[in-house]
Structure formats: structure tokens, C-alpha cells
Design a protein. Sequence first.
Length: 290
Amino acid sequence: MRAAFKLVLLAGLVAVPSGVAAEKPAEKTEKAAGNKADGKTVVVPFELLPSRHMAVQVKINGKGPYRLVFDTGAPMNLINNKIAKAAGVLDPKAKKPSFGMFGAMGQHEMKTLEVGPAKLEKVPTVVMDHPTVAAIAEVLGPVDGIIGFPFFARYKMTVDYQKKELTLVPNGYVPGDYLEGLMAKLMDAQNQSKDPKILAPAAVWGLVVDKEKDDEDAGVVVKDVHAGGPAATAGLKAGDRVLTIDGRWTDNISDTFLAATLVKPGRAAVVVVTRDGKEVKLSVKPVKGV
């Protein structure tokens, strides 16, 4: 159930090239007044839904609170038309674009976004009555949107599933305008030659992980370790259950992928696994992709 909800939610959003959100528009956003975190570590309580999504209470332009899914796989913030109008994000007289689907009203700006004690200004959001979010709300109660990359990318985040708390430490990064970056990517693709390009991964770990949809235990299971790779050199074995990578929880495939991508090639990261009922700490140094 957990994996199915996660995949459906992400698949329903816009499919985009990787790295779009960190493109050049970030340089403009960094100069925007009041758009940086204040440098203080904050703790945000969350609700763990039966779908295994995290939900947080937020205020938008001082209005709320509203219940939104906190999704580390979502490339954008998203709110429905109802709270966009109630919070003054969307002009009540605004007309839906002729090409809009599911009540899509395009991207707008939240003057303030408060997620627990964390408060940001001038935060972009897409206004849309997303069918998957609506489906979750129909089953689990009010859910009015998604908190995604434009918020959580600003922090180094720790998730405590027992206390149901997010600890957010500002990292100094200010993400760029997602849709602007996407349009730039699409325009570049149209203007460039159609010759194929070969892309190499930023870092290679040399292992395969998986998690069954009915697996409720913490962590993901190592299915295969490539001989001679960084994981094998560090001592990881098939059957190990990975709990954290570099201090980040790996409770599902998406979280594991995110944690792995944040470790630069050549830098050793502590990987905590359970093996034969015992917790083991290993140091893995991923290598640069070729």
C-alpha cells in the first residue's frame, strides 16, 4: 500500500529531466529579499498517514492551518484552488487557462509559507486540483496539496519516525524557479542538435536495493552487491537492511535514492545496516561514474 501510494503520487506529477530545479534560475532567487532560511534549526511535527505519507500542518499568507503531504519526491509545491483562494494566493476572479486541466491555474507566489516554526517568504507554488491528492483526501480526510523541493531543498533534514518529527537545519541553498528551469530545459532541447548524448551518473555505489509493498520494517533490503564496487569493498552484503545513508533515513526506495545522490563521489559516507539482528556501521566511498 505504501509503495503504491508513493508511486501513484509521483507519477501523477510532471515528469521532468533530472537537475532542472538546480539550474541557473537559482542565482536569481538567491538575491530575492527574505527568501533565505534564518539559520535556525527547527523541529516540525508530522502525521504519518495510513498511506505512509508524511503530512504537515502549514500556514499560507498567515491563513490556515492546512494539511499538506510532505513529499521528498515532489519537484514542486502544489496547493488546490480552494486554499489558494482562501489564502489570497489566487485572485478569486482569476480565470482558468484555456489549456488547464484539473483546475490548473499555473504557478503563483505564496507571500509567506509556514511549516511549523519554519517560515519562508516568496515561495512558488503550482495551483491545481491534482486528482491523486484529491483521491488521497477522499480516503484519509482533508489533504490540500504537497510540500516539495522548493521548501525541503533549503534544509538538511532528519526524519524521526518514532517521535514523528522532522528536524530541519538550513543548508544555505536556495532553489531556483522550477517551472522557469523546466522551460529553459525544453527550449535548449529544441535549439540543440538531435545527436544522442551519453550521461554518466554523479556517483556509483554498486548495489541494488528493494522493498516489498507489504514490508513495514524500517529500511530497504540489499538485493545485490556488485563485485569490486564501492559497496562490496565496504563490506555490504546481499540481505543487509539499510537504515540510513550519511545520516539520512532510507525507509523507502525514493528516500534511499535521494540520500545516495547527496553524497559526492570520493567522499566516504556512513551506511548503517542491520545484519543477523545486529546494527552494523560501514563506510562507503562511492566513485565517479564513467
